[in-house]
Design a binder for this molecule. Structure first.
Ligand code: 5GP
Ligand code: MN
Ligand code: MN
Length: 400
């Protein structure tokens, strides 16, 4: 399927979703975004749903402006995945031990590392750091005063999953290869930077009287935009390192638990799905915000998760410029968390996660597979955006 064009205010809304299935609140948000004076294009992914200010599952291309609420409060949230040399038959029937070893190695929920992780030990680099690590931390002093006193905590949270829908999974693909996959972003420091700048933007004179105050923007060439961009890119890097650290910790656990198998790993795939990047389209330099969307330029690897019971896809981008080289970031929610809690019980959760070593208590009922759209349908709706590299089904799922 290709896209359906719906009229917007300044630009048409290109939808890789059936407009009839999109809730009215989300449609209104798309119209609002299409009315921004800097807007050059708006692409809507099949996992679109209502969000703060702008929908989740959309790509906003603007010239000379960025809307910080449209980036999302978890700057740099995204996915990482790695294919291991393990095969399905190498796995024990009872995966609870592996699950608890992972939970010991990677703090989840509010947990953090007592001592910050040592990149030298983790990445085994002769200078004791992952690529860009030292440079990254040296730029900490340049971020907003409002959060800079959080340095110690930011260091302790580096390499932690966080809560909500962040997750860690062990998966098996259709060819029986075992994969590790995880979902997390820039933790508290990223959220604090996002909240700080969303507030700053809302106070600017040019943002008064907007249809939705969460559409407040920063304009290129202003000190506020410079400060935001600095912090935004730093937080995106934090998220990238956060996932890299957790991947390294995961690989340690898997190596240790399957010592005899001498496990090896292919290169790690990592993609943000809440972020801004500067890209050029038809001769114009644009600020492209992917809010619940991944980059899918020609050949780019991406990760599209489904839900805690339905599995996920590893994809390669087809470079469709009509979608600003993007694709969906998941299946997307079909109903709100509250609606899911009303509709489903832990019994349903057990049924829908059969065969997955994971939590099955009332605390995760709002994450039940039935609360998400069909990943198969979503994949079908974006066949002109990505090609499938591997189809994965989880056997362990650790929820944040
Ligand atoms: P978000 O970043 O918007 O919170 O979530 C990204 C996507 O991940 C969701 O739209 C959903 O399709 C998918 N997802 C949510 N929970 C899980 C999970 O536990 N496992 C997998 N594989 N996918 C999930
Ligand atoms: Mn996310
Ligand atoms: Mn997140």
């Amino acid at each position: 399927m290709s896209y359906t064009e719906v009229p917007g205010v300044r630009v048409p809304i290109r939808m890789w979703a059936d407009p009839a299935t999109v809730e009215s609140g989300a449609m209104q948000q798309l119209r609002n975004v299409s009315s921004l004076p800097w807007i050059k294009g708006l692409a809507v992914m099949p996992d679109v749903h209502y969000g703060k200010g702008a929908t989740v599952g959309s790509v906003i291309a603007m010239e000379g402006a960025v809307c910080p609420a449209a980036v999302g409060v978890d700057i740099g949230c995204g996915m990482s995945a790695v294919k291991t040399s393990l095969r399905a038959h190498d796995l024990p029937t009872d995966l609870s031990r592996l699950r608890s070893k992972v939970e010991e190695a990677i703090p989840v929920g509010r947990g953090m590392h007592g001592d910050p992780v040592d990149p030298g030990r983790l990445f085994g680099h002769p200078t004791g750091a992952a690529a860009g690590w030292d440079d990254f931390w040296s730029r900490f002093d340049g971020i907003a005063d409002a959060v800079r006193f959080r340095r110690e905590r930011a260091a302790q949270q580096m390499g932690t999953l966080g809560s909500g829908n962040h997750f860690w999974e062990l998966c098996v693909d259709t060819e029986d290869a075992v994969w590790i996959m995880l979902h997390s972003g820039s933790r508290n420091i990223g959220k604090e930077l996002a909240d700080h700048h969303i507030g700053e933007a809302q106070r600017l004179p040019h943002n008064q009287g907007l249809v939705d105050r969460d559409l407040a923007v920063f304009i290129s060439g202003t000190p506020q935009m410079d400060a935001y961009r600095n912090d935004l890119y730093w937080a995106q890097e934090y998220a990238k390192h956060n996932r890299a650290v957790m991947m390294a910790l995961s690989q340690e656990v898997v190596r240790r638990e399957f010592r005899k198998a001498k496990v090896t790993f292919e290169p790690v795939i990592s993609c943000h799905h809440n972020y801004v990047s500067e890209e050029r389209y038809e001769g114009a330099d644009l600020l492209v915000t992917r809010k619940g969307a991944i980059r899918a330029g020609g050949g780019d690897y991406g990760i599209i998760p489904g839900s805690m019971g339905t599995g996920s896809y590893i994809v390669r981008g087809l470079g469709n410029s009509a979608a600003f080289n993007s694709a969906s970031h998941g299946a997307g929610r079909r109903m709100s968390r509250n609606a899911a809690k009303r509709q489903y019980t832990t019994r349903d959760l057990e049924e829908q996660t059969r065969g997955v070593e994971c939590r099955k208590d009332s605390g995760v009922v709002d994450e039940i597979p039935g609360a998400y759209k069909s990943i198969e349908k979503v994949m079908d709706q974006q066949r002109d955006l990505v090609e499938v590299v591997a189809k994965l089904k989880q056997v362990v799922c650790v929820k944040g």
